[in-house]
Design a protein around this ligand. Structure first.
Ligand code: WQD
Length: 339
């Protein structure tokens, strides 16, 4: 199948491109390289031996996107990652986030309708749940008011997709990620750090690499066993494989509803201190960290109920926390070699 991966030179997009090619699908990537690097294409080719087709333009540009779909109406499925995703930045620049993330989606959906491309997998996020009332959190949990414009663009995007599906022949699957971390076992692709990392894992590996002085642990006064916040960390390769399963489900017409939503997590919650312990155990490195105050907007604890994805998608995360933290460290070390 010919699959379009938007944002395919990004972190999760590039790992998904690799898994699609490993499953003999033809991949075409569109990315505006605003938050990624074109040499990721070399990395994908080095891993799979196949260089994905690539076009560089901004999907928020209506004309360029319409033109692209006219030239590629043979696409059978789209996996849409391309979006801005920094929570803090979205609070400072909401209009940039709404324009980019929502205009891109609308242009893609228009292109699908105009060219009879039926299948869309959408990159969503567990942030739509906020702090769930019940844990583990299922797909039926109520959607809470987003804590940030970034999280709001994910909620609004799901609604835009659902409404468009209602009024057309399109089909959609929204995949709600928990916390993707780690890197491909070859350490040829991984999370490209641009600026100071917001997320925990890249900050840990950069601290261990001596790029950052020390890791600040945001709060140890939460109502959790060790006081630090809990998340459901999932290996990015497990996450990538779920996207292949989802797009094949659509193309092979296995869906039960025209719009389906799946939580993609491991079902295990780990605290910040447990992730640090895992990193030290798996790498043998000693991490320099200090406890500071809570970060505004953080939820206390969230992890996924994975039953629906396991049973309905027939997909289950396989990699454990030590494999995640070690793969992140190997990727960080490969970056140093590139310097
Ligand atoms: C994880 C835990 C922090 C950094 C966000 C987005 C989500 C997705 C993943 C895009 C929290 C703690 C972190 C640090 C710390 N993004 N932490 N020191 O906030 O769960 O999710 O990123 O799709 O949509 O909301 O991930 O990695 O930032 O934080 O103590 O320097 O690590 O407080 O408890 P988060 P995170």
């Amino acid at each position: 199948m010919k699959i379009l991966v938007t944002g395919g030179t990004g972190y999760i997009g590039s790992h998904t491109a690799v898994e699609l090619q490993n499953s003999d699908h033809e991949v075409i990537i569109v990315d505006n390289l605003s938050n990624s690097d074109k040499n990721v294409l070399d990395g994908i080719e080095k891993i799979t031996g196949i260089r994905p087709e690539f076009e560089e333009f901004n999907l928020a540009d209506k004309k360029k996107t319409a033109d692209f779909f006219k030239r590629h109406s043979d696409i059978e499925g789209i996996i849409h990652f391309a979006a801005y995703k920094a929570v803090g930045e979205s609070v400072e620049k909401p209009l940039m986030y709404y324009r980019n993330n929502l205009f891109s989606l609308v242009n893609i959906l228009q292109g699908m309708k105009d060219n009879h491309i039926p299948n869309l997998v959408f990159s969503s996020s567990c942030t739509v749940y906020g702090q769930p009332d019940e844990l583990p959190v299922t797909e039926k949990a109520p959607i809470k008011k987003a804590e940030s414009p970034y999280g709001n663009t994910k909620q609004i995007s799901e609604e835009i997709i659902s409404d468009t599906i209602e009024s057309s022949e399109l089909k959609g699957i929204a995949l709600r990620y928990f916390n993707p971390i780690g890197a491909h076992e070859t350490a040829i692709i991984g999370e490209l750090p641009i600026g100071v990392p917001n997320n925990l894992m890249p900050f840990i590996t950069q601290t261990a690499a001596g790029i950052r002085e020390s890791l600040r642990v945001f709060g140890d006064d939460y109502n959790t066993p060790d006081g630090t916040a809990i998340r459901d960390y999932i290996h990015v390769v497990d996450l990538a494989k779920a996207h292949v399963v989802a797009v094949e489900r659509m193309v092979n017409q296995k869906m039960k509803k025209d719009f389906e939503v799946f939580n993609l997590g491991t079902g295990n919650g780990y605290s910040v201190l447990e992730v640090i312990k895992s990193f030290e155990r798996s790498t043998g490195e000693k991490l320099n960290y200090k406890i500071v105050g809570r970060r505004p907007g953080d939820v206390e604890q969230v992890w996924a109920d994975t039953q629906f994805a396991n049973e309905e998608l027939g997909w289950k995360a396989e990699k454990g926390i030590d494999e995640m933290t070690l793969s992140a460290w190997k990727w960080q070390q490969s970056l140093k070699e590139k310097d």
